[in-house]
Each structure stands twice: as structure tokens, then as C-alpha cells.
Ligand binder design. Structure first.
Ligand SMILES: [Zn+2]
Length: 384
């Protein structure tokens, strides 16, 4: 049993500041009350006790190519097989690839993230490489794999099916690069097979205006319409979504992972976080490719909040941003995660309270040095 006492708890789905003690048994939050401390006691006086962060979209595999290709067109950087990142990946040994991934995994833990959703390339081997990097690092990985054959225009239905099954056996779902690289029929087969197996089908969609216009020109439909028709349940970006797109996303009850810093870095635009929030879409936040961003969710939250206010010239509540990095993400991945509630997994960060406003203290002020404790699955990862 662990008791976290004397802190301000950000409780429930509203992240409501509450004074009390939080009790952990095994990997679960078993009690939130003013009861007396039991077991190992962590004193959180002067601290906020909040759900640990969930990074809903990252490409960890490109950690080796940090800040390469800045200023080049997106295609030149990431389009297979000869994009800058593919060239770098080809020249990197498996051993080095793993080392760079480990650095990013440790960065995440140091910045309060205990769960991430990774778009993993390279088929079965790609997933195995990530699992090797994860071996000694206790962070929860939700791996969405992908096979090279998904992009092969001549692949047969039965071969495709076999390749989908191979990936689903070792991962939590499939993450597709986008409709630029995968045919609609293939995308549909992938999404449907994921759903049958209870896994997550995810795809990049409407990352910028150009891909949306291209999609309309080629098919008469936007990327988002195609993604919804195929059956994807997690859409990444939606930076250049139309109003009709957003209505359809709402009706289909899918989650959207926005990556505002990545969109900024690649001159793609600003995701319509406010509009999506107003429509009631389950919104998440991700740091996207490690090539262009540090995997630091605090930086992502701050940028997301301020760019949304600046862009819309309206107030936007910071608690909505914190929910994107915690509560909403827990719902999207189907785990009892992302909020301090009895019965949920004990993934918790204890952070020095720097200002009077607890949510802004996290979003505006917190650095890794301010995180004095991090717990995942009821296990203390560090305590300072
Ligand atoms: Zn991405």
C-alpha cells in the first residue's frame, strides 16, 4: 500500500482540485479520502497530484534523425522510400536505433509521461525493435504497427490479410501513414480487421491543405471522409478539416489526436482545437515525430493552449488541454487510465505547485525538475 498525503489532488474526469489522501494497492488507486495514511507514505505537501500524462501520437523510431531536414517539403523529409528520414534510418544500425529510442523513452518519463501511442513502421521487425528498447524502461507502450506490403499496389487480399494478422498478434493496433500511400480498399480491410480483433485502427488525415485538396481531386472526398468510411477509430491531425468533416467525425464518435507543435514546425497550420472541442469530439494530444519535436507533453500542452487562444482570439480553458493529455486519452485507448478515480490504474505524477492556479501551474510553469515523483501501474519510477 502507498499513501500520497497532503497534496492537492486533481480528481475525476473534471480534474477538480481536491484536498485528501490517495491510496494505492498493487497497480490500482483504491481509495481517495481523508483517511489516515497507511503503508509507504509519500508527502506531497505543496504539490499537485495529477494523472500522469499520455502522449497519444509519436513516432519514436525516428529519434535518430532529430532536427534533420528542417525547411524541406514534407514529402522530401518523410515520404518513403527516399525521404531524408528513410536515408538516415537505412544508415543506422539496429543497435543505435534502439539506443536513440531509449533516450526518447527516458525523456518521456522525465517529463511525466507514462503511456504513449506509437506509430511503428518496419513490420514485425519494427515492433520487435521497439519492444527491445522498452525492455528495461517501465513505460506503457501502445504500439500501432504497419507492414510495408500495405503500400504495395499489387498485394493480394489474402497476403494482405496474413500481414495484418501478423502485426495484430504483436501490437495493439495499426497506424497508417495516410491515403497518399495506401489504397482505400487496403485501408478498409485494415480498419475492419482491427475492429474485429478489438484493436485500434489509426491513420493520419488532413495534416495540411494540400493533402485534402489532392484527395478531393482524386476521389471527390476529403481524407477525413475516406478515413471514416474505412472505419478508422483514431484520426491524427485534422489540421485542415472542413466543417462537414468535423460534423461527420462527431457523428462517428471517433477520437482525434492533434499535434499542434508538429503542424507548426512543418508550416501545416493550426488544428481547430476549439471547434472540435465545441462539437464534443474526444480530443487528444501528441508530440508526433521525434525528428521534429521533443517528446515533452508539457511543451505540447503550453503551445496547444496558447496557439488556440491566439488563433481564435478567444479564451480557451486550460483544463480542456490537460484533459487532452490525460482523461480523454485514457478513454480513447480503452484503459482505466488518465484520471484519479478509485478503480483506475495508478499512473500518477506529483509535481511542485508553482502558482495559485493548479492547471496553469502545470501547463505554464512545470519543467521536469519540478516533477518530484512519478508512478506507473502502482510502481514508483522515481521520487526526488
Ligand atoms: Zn505522425
Amino acid at each position: 500500500m502507498i499513501t500520497i498525503q497532503n497534496g492537492t489532488l486533481l480528481c475525476g474526469e473534471d480534474l477538480h482540485p481536491t484536498v485528501g489522501n490517495l491510496f494505492i494497492q498493487d497497480n490500482e488507486i483504491v481509495e481517495i479520502s481523508d483517511g489516515r495514511a497507511r503503508g509507504k507514505v509519500i508527502d506531497a505537501k505543496g504539490c499537485l497530484v495529477a494523472p500522469a500524462l499520455i502522449n497519444s501520437h509519436i513516432h519514436l523510431g525516428d529519434s535518430v534523425a532529430r532536427d534533420e531536414g528542417d525547411g524541406a517539403p514534407l514529402d522530401e523529409i518523410v515520404k518513403p522510400p527516399n525521404g531524408i528520414k528513410h536515408r538516415i534510418l537505412r544508415e543506422t544500425s539496429r543497435e543505435d536505433l534502439i539506443k536513440f529510442m531509449e533516450v526518447s523513452l527516458k525523456d518521456m518519463i522525465q517529463t511525466g509521461t507514462t503511456t504513449f501511442v506509437d506509430f511503428r513502421e518496419g513490420g514485425v521487425e519494427g515492433v520487435e525493435i521497439l519492444k527491445e528498447a522498452l525492455q528495461d524502461i517501465p513505460i506503457r507502450a501502445i504500439i500501432l504497427g504497419r507492414q510495408d506490403s500495405f503500400q504495395d499496389q499489387h498485394v493480394t487480399k489474402s497476403q494482405l490479410d496474413a500481414d495484418i494478422q501478423k502485426i495484430l498478434e504483436i501490437s495493439q493496433g495499426i497506424g497508417i501513414s495516410g491515403f497518399g500511400e495506401v489504397e482505400d480498399e487496403v485501408a478498409t480491410q485494415i480498419a475492419q480487421e482491427c475492429l474485429i480483433k478489438g484493436k485500434i485502427p489509426a491513420i493520419h488525415a488532413a495534416e495540411n491543405e494540400e493533402v485534402q485538396l489532392q484527395s478531393l481531386k482524386n476521389t471527390g472526398k476529403t481524407e477525413i471522409e475516406r478515413a471514416l468510411e474505412a472505419g478508422f477509430k483514431l484520426l491524427i491531425h485534422l489540421t485542415s478539416a472542413t466543417n462537414t468533416d468535423l460534423k461527420k467525425v462527431t457523428e462517428n464518435n471517433v477520437s482525434v489526436a492533434t499535434c499542434p507543435r508538429a503542424n507548426g514546425a512543418l508550416s501545416s497550420g493550426i488544428p481547430p482545437i476549439r471547434e472540435m472541442r465545441d462539437l464534443g469530439i474526444n480530443l487528444l494530444l501528441g508530440t508526433d515525430n521525434v525528428m521534429i519535436n521533443s517528446p515533452d507533453m508539457f511543451r505540447e500542452m503550453e503551445y496547444a493552449l496558447k496557439v488556440t487562444r491566439g488563433f481564435t482570439q478567444k479564451y480557451f480553458s486550460p483544463v480542456e488541454i490537460l484533459k487532452m493529455a490525460t482523461v480523454n486519452a485514457g478513454k480513447a485507448v480503452g484503459l482505466n487510465l488518465g484520471s484519479l478515480e478509485e478503480g483506475n490504474l495508478a499512473d500518477i505524477m506529483i509535481v511542485e505547485r508553482i502558482s495559485r492556479d493548479p492547471i496553469l501551474s502545470l501547463i505554464n510553469r512545470t519543467q521536469s525538475k519540478n516533477i518530484i515523483g512519478l508512478i506507473t501501474d502502482g510502481r514508483i519510477l522515481y521520487q526526488r
